[in-house]
Design a protein around this ligand. Sequence first.
Ligand code: SIN
Length: 346
Amino acid sequence: MSTKTIKEATKNTSKKDADNKNGNSVNAKDNSSDKDDADGPILGSGRSYFNDYGVAVGPITHIREEREQLLSAKWNNFSVQLMGATIGGLVSNIDLREELSDEIIAELRSALLAYKVLFFRDQPISSEQHVAFAKRFGELEVHPFLPGAEGVPELVRFEKSAEMGGYENGWHSDVTWREVPSMGAILHNIEAPAVGGDTHFADMCAIYDGLSDEMKERIDSLYAVHDYIQAFAVLVPEDKKEEMRKQYPPVTHPVVRTHPETGRKILYLNRFFVSHIEGIPKEESTELIDALCREADYQEYQCHFKWEKDSIAFWDNRAVQHYASSDYWPEVRIGERASIIGDRPV
Ligand code: SIN
């Protein structure tokens, strides 16, 4: 894109102005208009609306400090390579099949909080070793709807093929329809397609921090209703529907939750499980959820992971959302996931 095009585009702030007036602006800063000179805005330090679609371009400046901290972080028991600006750490020099010391587990937990998702390569763990490793971080949940690994109910098995496509290609955090959603999930790849099937992660802390002050004020005290029916109704047999409904009624969680360990604020909404925001008209609620969820589409908030056999991803399910590309059908993609029980969002 030429500088001229951007200069012309940044002058078009009508959508931004309209959205700001309606309290709809989801992006943090647009200081281009402060920088107008005879030749147009000086580019370099802020977000600008590129066109009438409300899509922002330009540097996302508030992620700089965290990126610099993560780039210079040092770990005693393993090495970590930063994958995205503020999210994703590829961990090396560790063997997850071993009985790891409490010190190493504590350091991995600190790394998880810092990078929000950790990745590991070449970890040929058995299902039992997978469960044993996950249990070092807390009690594990058993998923009531998704199929488990044979003889290991704590592991959800995602087995995709020509007969079963991948339906995880939407931004979400896991099981937010539970009163107590999981704090983290550990996904071990057993068979990866030759091409595709990457999982993408979005930093919902950085996304919250990047919202405009007006938007933060608008959503900070709102609650959203999360309901498994949205995504899993088709998986529940007719004769179990009533029982499941009783066991898993719709739950409300704050739209902005506070991370119980880091204290950071997190945008906690997803289109998979959220039916609506309480206390506002349905249409407004749908528009607001959609606009907020679209923030995860900005690549600057993301990191991406290409799976290989025996790769592992360990995500902080409170702080990130994930999206598994469904571009490999009819190839096979198999993974098993352990989920660690978390806290009730507040
Ligand atoms: C999931 O949505 O938890 C599965 C993610 C994946 O298969 O990459």
